[in-house]
Design a protein around this ligand. Structure first.
Ligand SMILES: [Zn+2]
Length: 266
């Protein structure tokens, strides 16, 4: 029964990374039990520290405006911007997009998806270098995706099948976290350079899940949190939030949505 429910939900969810249903990453059926939570020992996590790590300056919260019934983020360059099916981006283009000096799954082509915002790009370079030291060879598969690119795909589909139908198959422009320039899809030889759920059980996926927070990245769509994130488990999709927030999110096993439920605005 549980399996059926999961399969049903999965069918409803467009992955956070795909431009359209046709573009969905390869999937596997493997449903191994989730590994034990990877909480670190925090011997010195006194009340004072816990209280302060749960305080967050007001500028890091979404400021939104309702446009045509959708909540559009007004401060999109915020490094902690919460982008999901509730809070979407307008036609925001980050000003500090750079090409990280890492290996790409598509070679050396200088294309839109090879870019990230500068802080995320630097952190990704550090993370890939550290992984290499541990014998883990990582490749970036996709970074920034523009509003206009997503809009072209969406509009083309809408013309064909109508807007309502198009929303089932193609991500609405503004809804993809890749538009922030802070999200990276990561792959490896073991995945044949594709984005697969199997990665969660491979050494590359395990290394990332365990270490990404040290570089300011979080596993954005964890397993068993589909009802919160509204996305399927994506062991390949990492979101840069900075080291401080990443450490707190990792320690508590939260999603970004849950983080914002717990932090107090100061
Ligand atoms: Zn992604």
């Amino acid at each position: 029964m549980k399996h059926f429910m999961y399969a049903g939900l999965a069918a409803l969810l467009l992955t956070g990374c795909s431009l359209s249903a046709q573009d969905q990453p390869a999937k596997t059926d493997q449903q191994k039990p989730q590994s034990a939570s990877q909480k670190k020992n925090t011997a010195d996590s006194g009340d004072k520290k816990s209280a302060s790590e749960l305080q967050l300056a007001a500028r890091y919260f979404n400021k939104t405006k309702t446009v045509e019934g959708k909540q559009v983020i007004q401060n999109p360059s915020n490094i902690l911007a919460l982008v999901n099916k509730t809070y979407i981006l307008g036609d925001y283009v980050p000003k500090d997009l750079v090409r990280p000096n890492v290996q790409f799954s598509f070679g050396d082509q200088d294309i839109e998806k090879s870019y990230l915002r500068k802080p995320a790009a630097q952190a990704l370079e550090e993370m890939f270098a550290a992984a290499k030291q541990d014998g883990i060879d990582l490749f970036m598969a996709s970074g920034y995706r523009s509003y206009s690119r997503q809009k072209n795909v969406f509009d083309a589909e809408s013309q064909k099948v109508g807007e309502e139908q198009a929303e089932q198959a193609v991500a609405i422009p503004g809804q993809s976290e890749h538009q922030t320039g802070l999200a990276a899809d990561i792959t490896s030889h073991a995945e044949n350079f594709l984005l697969t759920q199997k990665m969660g059980e491979d050494k590359e996926g395990i290394w990332l899940a365990k270490n990404a927070h040290q570089y300011g990245f979080i596993l954005r769509y964890p397993k068993n949190k589909e009802r919160i994130t509204k996305y399927e488990y994506e062991p390949w999709h990492f979101r840069y939030v900075g080291k401080k927030a990443a450490a707190v999110i990792y320690k508590h096993g939260w999603t970004l949505e849950e983080y914002f439920q717990h932090v107090k605005k100061i």
